[in-house]
Design a protein around this ligand. Structure first.
Ligand SMILES: Nc1nc2c(ncn2[C@@H]2O[C@H](COP(=O)(O)OP(=O)(O)OP(=O)(O)O)[C@@H](O)[C@H]2O)c(=O)[nH]1
Ligand SMILES: [Mg+2]
Length: 199
């Protein structure tokens, strides 16, 4: 039997205050939703184990608070992450307009900074009637940046699993390609054992 590979991935979820980051994460990990709003102070972590193909993935997902006063503090958690969920609220135009800043903050902390860093965008609260951000506008923003877009509802559990697992899958692909590059580099650097054999 082929034992499954095990990989740990660190994912982050960022976006403006109150867009539903914690709710999305709780829906994904615990299948629960709370109407009461409890702002996230700084950051908290939830874990989930999933199986993708022949790999068991342990996702460690960092939920960050969207309050301005935590901005610089939470940005220290972006380092070392394997992928990012950007979230906004489709009924809150400001939360959409702030996305460039959130994305820039994250990319600035990725070492090395790279365009292939996996991100997905989630437009949350599609169960509400007073939408302010048309789907095509959000899709256009994503198309420019080559980021997949999901319209979701943490409340009604719409598209939540699909969005998280799309990110997990992209993060795994990136992780594997980094690993392969490291292996290739170390093979190049290590001396050829057949040559070092003494005559
Ligand atoms: N109708 C509706 N309400 C939602 C949805 N997702 C979250 N909410 C509500 O929006 C409020 C804020 O949700 P949170 O998940 O705490 O938002 P957050 O982005 O984590 O907020 P901060 O931690 O302060 O940055 C709560 O009252 C949630 O119940 C959704 O899909 N639909
Ligand atoms: Mg929160």
């Amino acid at each position: 039997m082929n034992p499954r590979k095990k990989v740990d991935l660190k994912l982050i979820i960022v976006g403006a205050i109150g867009v539903g980051k914690t709710s999305l994460l709780h829906q994904y990990v615990h299948k629960t939703f709370y109407e009461e709003y409890q702002t996230t102070l700084g950051a908290s972590i939830l874990s989930k184990i999933i199986i993708l193909g022949d790999t068991t993935l342990k996702l460690q997902i960092w939920d960050t608070g969207g309050q301005e006063r935590f901005r610089s503090m939470v940005s220290t958690f972006y380092k070392g992450s394997d992928g990012c969920i950007l979230a906004f609220d489709v009924t809150d135009l400001e939360s959409f307009e702030a996305l460039d800043i959130w994305r820039g903050d994250v990319l600035a902390k990725i070492v090395p900074m790279e365009q292939s860093y996996p991100m997905v965008l989630l437009g949350n609260k599609i169960d509400l009637a007073d939408r302010k951000v048309p789907q095509e506008v959000a899709q256009g923003w994503c198309r420019e940046k080559d980021i997949p877009y999901f319209e979701v509802s943490a409340k009604n559990d719409i598209n939540v699993v699909q969005a998280f697992e799309m990110l997990a899958s992209r993060a795994l692909t990136r992780y594997q390609s980094i690993l392969e590059n490291h292996l290739t580099e170390s093979i190049k650097l290590s001396p050829d054992p057949s040559r070092s054999r003494c005559c």
